[in-house]
Design a protein around this ligand. Structure first.
Ligand SMILES: Cc1cc2nc3c(=O)[nH]c(=O)nc-3n(C[C@H](O)[C@H](O)[C@H](O)COP(=O)(O)OP(=O)(O)OC[C@H]3O[C@@H](n4cnc5c(N)ncnc54)[C@H](O)[C@@H]3O)c2cc1C
Length: 425
């Protein structure tokens, strides 16, 4: 079967690998010059680094299987990494059960409730009822108001910005479930995403998969309800009987052929939030934590990810810190120029660690992504389309289908493999 894939992120690349193994003729079309999508890398002062931070959990079986297939499994590491809270001017450890028991910003009884709640989330399997509940009142009811305000409000705001109080309880449950199943351990691939992408692309090229970069798809073509191919502005049309779309659903809606307006409207019901992410290379660390949740009126962000506290990069690349802002694309932080956003963030980072000074900044980079995360609101199940579009031969891969799971590379790899299995030779 001749198959066209839209997008060379981890979904498109891993779908191509699985399809090629099954004997299909596969071609990938990628909008930008670089491949990788949300996991693409850049040269950060001599270090090939991801634009956005990524960590692994011990349950990321799709990722491990891909690494095994590529001969990279021995490079997966799960070190002991720390989590912390910066609350109203004070730093608290938040890694172990003892840290939770000592976590002074919330009353003792709510600390106990939080611990029991985390245990229950780890063991729970049934979640469809939680799709009908909004996380905020559910969490307040289960944990207490103070525990919500101090712990969950910054976590949800970090990820969903001002949509944080519309998110479904099912999404929150799974987020906690994934980390709890991983027993709090977070991991990484030695060599990073750059190594994964390089190895994967070499393998695909060897296997005969064509990857066209700088080649945005502008239209999906059909005849009598069946896929016939793809069109481009600056590339000859591509004829194929099956298409796998890995682009956000609202982007896919714009690529549909004429006559598919109702389906396009259904896809556009899923909304996404953007992210603008500052990456810094510093001379000194901000804290000892990999993940630091932040709730402080002086800080415009809700979290800091200090990557080198997970992966020390052999101590050769200073201290790498990510500061994400999940915001809609018309938000002032998204549209603010890079220097202004850096100044805004840097002042707050210096509050968190007063030992920092301006000469500690060795390099900086800001990256924006308009579709960072689908907004998983209450009753999200009703909004989710089918994997198989009503347009015959069109398959959808998008983080939406991972719900209630958070979007992860591993989840995308598993979905891509399942999609490949569905396509007959
Ligand atoms: C800030 C941040 C932190 C994250 N942290 C983690 C983490 O810790 N752990 C984890 O596992 N995951 C994490 N993720 C999620 C992970 O990066 C994504 O789920 C995954 O990379 C999505 O892959 P994808 O291939 O499905 O989509 P994408 O990476 O979005 O790929 C889609 C591709 O399609 C291309 N495209 C778009 N339109 C067209 C067109 N018209 N024609 C051709 N190509 C087109 C795009 O250029 C893109 O390359 C994080 C994501 C973000 C943003």
């Amino acid at each position: 079967m001749r198959i066209g894939i839209i997008g060379a992120g981890i979904s498109g690349l891993s779908a191509a690998l699985a399809l090629r193994k099954r004997g299909h003729d596969v071609t990938i079309f990628q909008r930008e010059a670089s491949i990788g999508g949300l996991i693409r890398t850049f040269d950060f002062d001599g270090l090939p680094l991801e634009h956005f931070y990524h960590f692994l959990c011990q349950t990321d079986t799709g990722y491990f299987t891909l690494c095994r297939e590529l001969g990279l499994e021995h490079l997966i590491r799960f070190p002991r990494a720390r989590t912390g809270f910066y609350h109203d001017g004070k730093l608290y450890p938040f890694t172990t059960p003892l840290d939770l028991l000592r976590f002074a910003p919330i009353p003792f009884a709510q600390r106990i409730r939080f611990g029991l709640f985390a245990l229950e989330a780890r063991l729970r399997k049934e979640w469809t009822q939680l799709d009908e509940l909004t996380a905020k009142p559910w969490l307040i009811d289960r944990l207490g108001r103070r525990a919500y305000d101090v712990i969950w409000d910054p976590l949800l705001t970090l990820k969903f910005g001002h949509y944080h109080d519309t998110i479904s309880a099912a999404w929150v449950w799974h987020r906690l479930h994934r980390v709890a199943q991983s027993k709090g351990r977070m991991g990484y691939l030695e060599g990073g995403t750059a190594l994964l992408l390089d190895t994967l692309v070499k393998r695909l090229e060897n296997d005969g998969v064509a990857i066209h970069t700088n080649c945005p798809v502008t239209r999906i073509n059909e005849e009598n309800g069946h896929i016939t191919g793809l069109s481009f502005d600056h590339h000859p049309s591509f004829q194929c009987g099956q298409v796998i779309s890995t682009v956000p659903l609202s982007v896919l809606a714009d690529l549909l052929p004429p006559g598919w307006n109702d389906y396009a409207a259904q896809l556009r019901q899923i909304h996404y939030i953007g992210v603008v992410c500052l990456v810094l290379k510093l001379k000194r660390p901000i804290s000892q934590n990999f993940w630091l949740n932040v709730k402080d009126p002086r800080a415009p962000f809700n979290g800091i990810i200090e990557y080198t506290n997970l992966n020390p990069l052999q101590g050769k690349h200073g201290h790498i810190v990510y500061v994400p802002y999940y915001v809609p694309t018309d938000h002032p932080y998204y549209t603010m120029d890079d220097s202004a956003l850096f100044d805004h963030s840097w002042d707050a980072l210096k509050h968190i660690n007063p030992a920092l000074n301006d000469t500690d900044v060795l390099a900086r980079k800001i990256t924006r992504a308009p579709y960072a995360q689908a907004i998983c609101t209450t009753h999200f199940l009703k909004l989710m389309p089918e994997h198989l579009a009503p347009l015959n031969g069109l398959h959808l891969l998008d983080s939406t289908f991972l719900y209630p799971e958070d979007r992860t590379q591993s989840g995308h790899i598993l979905k891509a493999n399942a999609c490949a299995e569905d396509i007959e030779l």
